[in-house]
Write a protein that binds this ligand. Structure first.
Ligand SMILES: [Zn+2]
Length: 220
C-alpha cells in the first residue's frame, strides 16, 4: 500500500448521529452508518422520513439488522436464527434500500456476533446469500484490517475514542463509533481532533465499502 487508508463507521442509528453526520459533512469526511431498519421511524428520531434521509445523505448506509436483536432475547434470537437464518438480514436490507433509494452493500453484526450459539446457523452465510459484499464484526485485529481473510468477518482497528498514538503507525485503520456513547462520554471533539491528526499524517478517509474493497485486494 502506498498511501494510508482510513474508514469510520458508526453503529445503531441513534439521533446523536445527526451531530456527527453534520460535522463529517462539513469536513468532507466519508463515513458509513450502520442502521437497524426498524429504528427508522418517527418515534426513534422524532423526524419525518424525508428528514432522516437528509441526515445520511452523501454517506454510505449499511445494514445493522432489523431490531438489533440481542442473543439473550430468546424470542428475537429465534426469529434471527429461524430455519433459513436469513429473514432478518434480508428484510433489513430490502427495507433500507427502499427507504434510502440506493443499494446497501455492507452489513454490521449487532454486538459483533456472527453465530449466536454453537448450534445456530452462522449469520455470515445469510449475509453472503443475501448479496452483501462485506460484513463487519467488532473484533480487533490490526493485521486483519490491513490484510483481511474473510469478507464476511471483517475486523476493526479500534473503537472510538482512541488516541492517535495508538493507531498512527498503521497502514490501514478502521475505527468504529457509537455516536450516543461518544456524546455521553463528552468525546465528540476528540473524535474530530483525531480525524484532523490522521489527515495531517497522510490518511485518506473513505466509506467502509471502498475501504473493504481496497484492503480485500491484499487478502491472499
Ligand atoms: Zn450495534
Amino acid at each position: 500500500m502506498t498511501h494510508k487508508l482510513a474508514t469510520l463507521s458508526f453503529d445503531d442509528g441513534t439521533w446523536t448521529d445527526i451531530r456527527f453526520a453534520k460535522s463529517l459533512r462539513e469536513m468532507k469526511i466519508p463515513a458509513t452508518f450502520y442502521l437497524p431498519s426498524e429504528y427508522l421511524d418517527m418515534f426513534h428520531y422524532q423526524m419525518r422520513p424525508s428528514e432522516i434521509r437528509k441526515v445520511y445523505a452523501g454517506f454510505e448506509v449499511g445494514s445493522h439488522s432489523r431490531w438489533h436483536s440481542h442473543p439473550d432475547d430468546f424470542r428475537k434470537t429465534l426469529e434471527v436464527a429461524s430455519k433459513d437464518g436469513e429473514w432478518d438480514i434480508r428484510y433489513a436490507r430490502e427495507y433500507l434500500q427502499e427507504f434510502f433509494g440506493r443499494e446497501v452493500r455492507c452489513h454490521s453484526y449487532p454486538f459483533g456476533v456472527v453465530r449466536w450459539r454453537p448450534n445456530f446457523p452462522s449469520l455470515a452465510e445469510a449475509v453472503e446469500t443475501q448479496g452483501f459484499d462485506f460484513a463487519r464484526m467488532m473484533m480487533r485485529s490490526r493485521q486483519e484490517v490491513e490484510r483481511p481473510i474473510d469478507r464476511y468477518r471483517m475486523k476493526i482497528t479500534a473503537e472510538l475514542p482512541v488516541d492517535f498514538d495508538d493507531i498512527g503507525e498503521h497502514e490501514a485503520v478502521h475505527l468504529v463509533g457509537h455516536s450516543f456513547r461518544l456524546v455521553k462520554q463528552n468525546e465528540e471533539a476528540s473524535v474530530f481532533e483525531l480525524i484532523k491528526d490522521m489527515k495531517r499524517n497522510g490518511f485518506e478517509f473513505m466509506t467502509n465499502h471502498d475501504f473493504f474493497t481496497e484492503t480485500w485486494a491484499n487478502h491472499e
